[in-house]
Design a protein around this ligand. Structure first.
Ligand SMILES: Nc1ncnc2c1ncn2[C@@H]1O[C@H](COP(=O)(O)OP(=O)(O)O)[C@@H](O)[C@H]1O
Ligand SMILES: [Mg+2]
Length: 669
C-alpha cells in the first residue's frame, strides 16, 4: 500500500482478539498455565488437568473453586472482563494471579471452548460453548446461549484443537512430546507455589501424576519439599541447603521481603537455569534480577556455564512489585531492585559460607555421564564404588554388586576411562568438554564444617595430586585433598583481599609484606610475551587489574608485552623457588589474556574476579607437583585460615571428608 492510500480505520473486534491472542496464547502450556491460575484464583483445592496430544488436540482444566454465576459466565469471554480488579488503583496492589481479563477472550478467538460451571450459590450448572473466531461473531451472549447441565461446585474448561483454524500459528507448534514435558514441569512448579492444592495431571485419561495437597500449614513445607523431590530427583533434593531470613531480622531491619527456600550446593549446578524457581507471593515468575543475584551469591563457587539450583519464595506486600509488565505475567518489576538484589546475594553467600560444603564420595549417576561405551559401563557406574550413606552394606550385597559388575576386559577399561574423565584434575579446566561432564557427578551426603579442617596434618601425598590428611585431635575422619583445587582457592582469596594499587613504590619496596597488597617479584630481565591482536586489546583493557594482582606489564611494539614483575603470593613463591621455566611463565600470561579475550570465563562474577581466578589458577601448586612434608604442612595450614577452602575457583570439589565408619564398612568391620 502506498502512502497516498493510507487511511486509519478501527480494527474489527475479531482482529483485535486475534492480535491479543498471539500475545497471551503461546501454546498448550501457556493455556494450561492461565487456566490453572484461574482455578487457583477461584479458591480451588482440587485441580485436574487433562491433555491429549500434548494439549494440541485437547486441554481440560477442572476445579472445585467457587464457580461462576450465569452473569459472569456470559461475560467471562468478553475482552477486558475480570472479577479481580475494579479500578486503576487496584493495579498497584494485585493479590490474584490473573487481573488482565483477557485470557479467556483471547483463547476463545483461536480455539473452540466449552465452559461448564456451577456457582457456589447456585443449584444449577451451566455450559457455554464458544469460539473460535472463524465460526463465531462474538455478538453479545444471552441466557439462551447457555445450556443447563449437572456438575458439583466448580468450573471445567475444555479447549479443543488449539490454533487449528489459524494455520500460521499451527505450523509453529512444537512437538506434542515437548509440550507434555513443559506442562509437567509447569504443574510441578504450581505445586511449589500452591502446596495446599491437590493437582492431578492426566494424559489420554491416564494419570501422569498427582500431588498431595495439604491443608495444615505445618505440612506445607514438607509438601513443597516432596514436590522438589519430584522435580529434581531425590539425590539432588536431599542435597539442597535451606535458606531463610529469620523473621526477627526482617522485622529489625524493616525488610519489605521475607525470603526463604532452598539452594543447591555448588557442585549440583546445572548447565541451564531450568531449575531456578521463583515464587513471588504464590506467583511463579521468571526474573533475571533474581537469577543474577543468586549467581553473584555463589560467585567463584560456580563453574563457567553452570547455574545453581534455587527455589526462592519471596513474600511481601504486593505494593512493592509491579506484576503488570508482561502479558503472560511471567516477568515482574520490583520497586527496589537494588535492595532485593543485595538481599538475595548476601543471603546466598552467607548460607554457603556458614554451611560449609560437603562433597562426599562417591555415587555415580549414570544418566549424567556421557560415555562412548554405554552398554558396557552402565552396569558398573550404577553401583556405588564407595558408599557413605548410613545404610549398611552387608557382605552379601557387596558380593552381589561385584559379580554384577561383570568385569570383563572391556568394561574395566571403560571404567577407568570414566574415572579418569571425571577425576583427572590435570585436564585443563577451561576445556569445554570437561566442564560439561562435571556437574553433579558426585553426590554429597554430609557437610564438612569449617572447624573440621582447622588442624589438618599430612599423612601422605598420592599420585602428586592429592594429599591424604588427618586431624590428630579427631582421629575418626580421613581427608582427601586436591592439592591444586585448594591451593587455587587459597590463592584466589589472597588475591581478592588485595587493595588495588598502581603505585610504583611497591616495586621498589619488594619486602614490604603489607597484608593488603600483593607482593611482586621484580624481574631482572623483563619477559617478552607475543600476543594475538585480540589478546593485545584485552591486555590494554585489563592492564590495571593485572597490575593490581601483581603483573606489571607494558606494551612493547605492536603485538607484544614486556612483563616487569610477577605476583608473589602463596603458591607462586614455591613455583619460583623451583624455578619454573621462563617459557611456562610466558605461557601462563598468554593463557590468562587468551581466556579473557576468547570469552572463556564465567559470567557469574565481575571481570576483576575472573582475572583473579585465572591468575590464581595459573600460579598455584599444580596437579602433578611433588610436595614435600613441609610444603604439605604449609598448604594445610593455609586451609585452616581460608574463608572457604571446599571448592576450587571453578566450583570443583577440593576436600573430601571420609568417616572411619565408612572406611570400616569397606572392610566389613
Ligand atoms: N476456573 C474459574 N473459576 C471461577 N471463575 C473463573 C474461572 N476462570 C475464569 N473465571 C472468571 O473469568 C474471568 C476472566 O478470566 P480471564 O480471562 O483469565 O481473566 P483474569 O484471570 O485476568 O481475570 C475471571 O476474572 C473470573 O472471574
Ligand atoms: Mg486468568
Amino acid at each position: 500500500m502506498t502512502n497516498s492510500n493510507k487511511k486509519i480505520r478501527k480494527l474489527e473486534d475479531s482482529v483485535i482478539r486475534l492480535i491479543a491472542a498471539g500475545e497471551v496464547v503461546e501454546g498448550p502450556s501457556s493455556v494450561v498455565k492461565e487456566l490453572t491460575e484461574n482455578s487457583i484464583d477461584s479458591g480451588a483445592k482440587n485441580i485436574t488437568i487433562e491433555i491429549k496430544n500434548g494439549g494440541q488436540d485437547y486441554i481440560q482444566v477442572a476445579d472445585d473453586g467457587e464457580g461462576m454465576s450465569t452473569d459472569d459466565l456470559l461475560l467471562c469471554t468478553n475482552r477486558h472482563t475480570t472479577s479481580k480488579i475494579f479500578e486503576a488503583s487496584d493495579l498497584e496492589e494485585i493479590h490474584t494471579l490473573g487481573f488482565r481479563g483477557e485470557f479467556l477472550a483471547s483463547l476463545a478467538a483461536i480455539a473452540k471452548l466449552s465452559i461448564l460451571t456451577k456457582h457456589v450459590n447456585s443449584a444449577q450448572a451451566f455450559n457455554l460453548q464458544i469460539g473460535p473466531i472463524i465460526n463465531n461473531k462474538f455478538q453479545s451472549l444471552s441466557l439462551r446461549d447457555l445450556q443447563k447441565k449437572q456438575r458439583t461446585q466448580g468450573t471445567t474448561i475444555e479447549v479443543f484443537n488449539l490454533f487449528s483454524d489459524i494455520p500460521a500459528r499451527k505450523s509453529f507448534m512444537k512437538s506434542p512430546k515437548s509440550d507434555t514435558s513443559k506442562i509437567i514441569e509447569l504443574i510441578h512448579s504450581f505445586r511449589l507455589a500452591s502446596p495446599t492444592v491437590k493437582f492431578t495431571l492426566k494424559q489420554d485419561r491416564q494419570i501422569l501424576f498427582q500431588t498431595q495437597g495439604v491443608l495444615e500449614k505445618q505440612s506445607e513445607s514438607k509438601n513443597i519439599f516432596n514436590g522438589l523431590i519430584q522435580v529434581l530427583g531425590k539425590d539432588t533434593a536431599k542435597n539442597l541447603i535451606e535458606i531463610k531470613i529469620s523473621d526477627k531480622k526482617a522485622l529489625i531491619e524493616d525488610q519489605p521481603w521475607i525470603v526463604s527456600g532452598w539452594i543447591g550446593k555448588p557442585s549440583e549446578s546445572r548447565p541451564t537455569r531450568q531449575h531456578q524457581y521463583f515464587l513471588l507471593n504464590g506467583r511463579l515468575i521468571k526474573s533475571k534480577i533474581l537469577s543474577n543475584a543468586i549467581e553473584q551469591g555463589y560467585g567463584t563457587f560456580l563453574a563457567r556455564k553452570q547455574f545453581p539450583i534455587a527455589i526462592i519464595f519471596l513474600t511481601g506486600s504486593p505494593k512493592n512489585v509491579d506484576v503488570n509488565v508482561h502479558p503472560a505475567k511471567l516477568e515482574v518489576r520490583f520497586r527496589d531492585e537494588n535492595l532485593i538484589f543485595s538481599l538475595i546475594t548476601e543471603l546466598v553467600k552467607n548460607t554457603l559460607m556458614n554451611q560449609g560444603v560437603s562433597f562426599s564420595p562417591i555415587t555415580y549417576k549414570k544418566d549424567e555421564l556421557t560415555v562412548k561405551n554405554k552398554t558396557e559401563t552402565i552396569n558398573i557406574v550404577q553401583k556405588p564404588l564407595l558408599r557413605t550413606n548410613s545404610e549398611v552394606i552387608s557382605p552379601k550385597t557387596t558380593t552381589a554388586s561385584v559379580s554384577e559388575m561383570k568385569i570383563t576386559k572391556d568394561s574395566t577399561e571403560a571404567l577407568s576411562e570414566i574415572v579418569e574423565e571425571i577425576y583427572d584434575p590435570m585436564v585443563d579446566i577451561y576445556d569445554e568438554s570437561t566442564t560439561k561432564k562435571k556437574g553433579g557427578v558426585l553426590s554429597m551426603n554430609h557437610v564438612i564444617k569449617k572447624s573440621a579442617v582447622k588442624n589438618l596434618q599430612p599423612v601422605a601425598q598420592f599420585r602428586n595430586l592429592y594429599i591424604i590428611a588427618e586431624d590428630p585431635e579427631n582421629p575418626y575422619n580421613l581427608y582427601l585433598i586436591d592439592q591444586h583445587a585448594v591451593a587455587e582457592r587459597i590463592a584466589l582469596e589472597e588475591l581478592l583481599r588485595t587493595k588495588g594499587s598502581s603505585d610504583e613504590k611497591i616495586d621498589r619496596n619488594e619486602k614490604s609484606s603489607s597484608k593488603r597488597e600483593i607482593r611482586r617479584q621484580k624481574l631482572l630481565v623483563p619477559l617478552t610475551v607475543n600476543l594475538s591482536p585480540q589478546s593485545m586489546d584485552t591486555f590494554r583493557e585489563v592492564k590495571s587489574l593485572l597490575l593490581k594482582f601483581g603483573y606489571r606489564g607494558e606494551e612493547f611494539g605492536t603485538n607484544s608485552v614486556l612483563i616487569h614483575s610477577l605476583p608473589l603470593f602463596f603458591g607462586r613463591n614455591r613455583l619460583l623457588r623451583h624455578s619454573k621455566g621462563k617459557e611456562s611463565l610466558i605461557q601462563d600470561f598468554r593463557n590468562i589474556l587468551d581466556s579473557v579475550s576468547k570469552g572463556l570465563i564465567s559470567d557469574h562474577s565481575p571481570l576483576e574476579v575472573e582475572i583473579a581466578k585465572l591468575i590464581a589458577c595459573k600460579n598455584s601448586i599444580k596437579a602433578g607437583d611433588y610436595l614435600d612434608h613441609d610444603e604439605m604442612v604449609r598448604l594445610l595450614k593455609k586451609i585452616a585460615d581460608a574463608d572457604f577452602p571446599f571448592v576450587c575457583c571453578h566450583g570443583r570439589p577440593a576436600i573430601f571428608e571420609i568417616n572411619n565408619k565408612e572406611i570400616d564398612k569397606l572392610f566389613w568391620r
